[in-house]
Write a protein that binds this ligand. Structure first.
Ligand code: FAD
Length: 335
């Protein structure tokens, strides 16, 4: 093959955003290396999603059909990818910068004794086969960029989240041929299945997920209490968005950890991020800096969040947030 193999995560019949970012990087590397892009997918809908990846430049989608591997099982999924490496001989395996992407590729690296680079933002493919690839990757939550060389026969990379732009229009005009779907049954041992997901808890009331929301209204210490989030919930509801928070609010138990934005929470890329009573520590900013626009609502005009905000309202969020909601309601009321 000498192609580039991408581990594609998917949900609800679509490739995940971070996997699509990995596919964009794979496409540019494949063009430079004169290679083709192939994908590997697990779980329900894998064949349908895989076929649709033709629009993202994928020629062949390897679909793992073993029912034992339908649910996430990092070591076992890695075994399948290692078998594909042996069978297909890719020059690189790339995954999105998700928890799963990093975990599965770390298992692949450990099993094969190859080096792996995480959080990659740029890659130069070696002109001569066998020479190292030069790459740039993020360190320290994105506050440092590091140049590195990766010397391996198969390069293992994950892509830093929300650094690579994805074409949301869905691909080339006129459509692209579907990827050919190849069913694949790896020889996984039951011992590889000791760590696996056995169930999911859906978000309450069909709420919009924080990871996918186009608008996120996020609160920090300035919100003051769990009850204080009522006005943020209201604004998020009016904007069709989701509520997030800083680590202070999850540490205080005002919100669940699943709502945390930042280095040790989610990294998101909404169209609008409304930061209410959040100071803008680097560990928080790394989670929201990919937003298209940031609106800060803060009593302190010198707080660090002002350095990254596109718009700011200086004042008490307990007055400003309800005033924004009231104005939205007024403007959307029938005449
Ligand atoms: P503060 O820094 O206390 O800021 C509160 C802000 O609210 C201030 O700017 C204040 O002016 C404003 N304010 C107060 N009252 C009002 C009001 N009535 N109206 C408007 N504004 C008001 N943090 C994260 O968020 N996410 C992470 O994933 C994360 N990971 C971390 C990982 C590590 C290893 C470490 C060391 C730290 C991490 N942190 C993380 C913590 C981070 O360093 C900050 O401590 C945290 O983000 C601060 O939260 P905050 O902005 O809510 O609180």
């Amino acid at each position: 093959m000498s192609g580039i193999l991408v581990f594609v995560e998917h949900a609800a019949g679509e490739a995940d955003r971070l996997s699509r970012e990995a596919l964009v990087l794979a496409g540019s590397l494949a063009a430079a290396a004169g290679a083709e892009v192939e994908a590997v997918l697990f779980g329900a809908d894998a064949a349908g999603v895989g076929a649709g990846l033709g629009e993202q430049g994928v020629r062949t989608a390897h679909v793992v059909e073993d029912p034992r591997l339908g649910a996430y099982a990092p070591a076992a999924w890695a075994v399948a990818i290692v078998e594909l490496i042996v069978a297909r001989g890719p020059v690189a395996v790339i995954a999105g910068g998700s928890e799963r992407g990093n975990e599965v590729l770390a298992h692949v690296a450990a099993r094969t004794g190859r080096p792996m680079a995480a959080n990659v933002v740029d890659v130069t493919v070696a002109a001569t086969q066998g020479d190292p690839w030069h790459l740039t990757r993020q360190r320290w939550a994105g506050s440092l960029l590091e140049d590195a060389e990766l010397r391996a026969d198969v390069q293992l990379l994950t892509v830093a989240p929300h650094v690579i732009t994805v074409d949301e229009s869905g691909g080339a005009p006129g459509g692209a041929p579907a990827a050919s779907v190849v069913r694949f049954e790896p020889s996984v041992d039951d011992r590889d299945l000791v760590g696996r997901v056995t169930g999911h808890e859906a978000p309450k009331g069909g709420a919009i997920s924080l990871a996918d929301a186009k608008v996120v209204v996020s609160g920090g210490r300035g919100v003051g209490s769990a009850e204080g989030f009522g006005i943020l919930e209201e604004l998020a509801g009016l904007l069709g968005g989701a509520v997030g928070g800083s680590r202070v609010v999850t540490s205080n138990g005002w919100r669940p950890h699943s709502d945390q934005v930042g280095q040790t929470g989610l990294r998101i890329a909404p169209d609008l991020y409304v930061a209410c009573g959040i100071s803008g520590a680097i560990q928080h900013i790394v989670g929201c800096k990919a937003a298209k626009r940031i609106l800060a609502i803060n009593t302190d005009p010198d707080s660090p969040i002002m350095g990254v905000a596109d718009y700011a309202v200086i004042g008490d969020l307990h007055q400003i947030v309800p005033a924004i909601s009231a104005e939205i309601r007024r403007r959307s009321a029938p005449d």
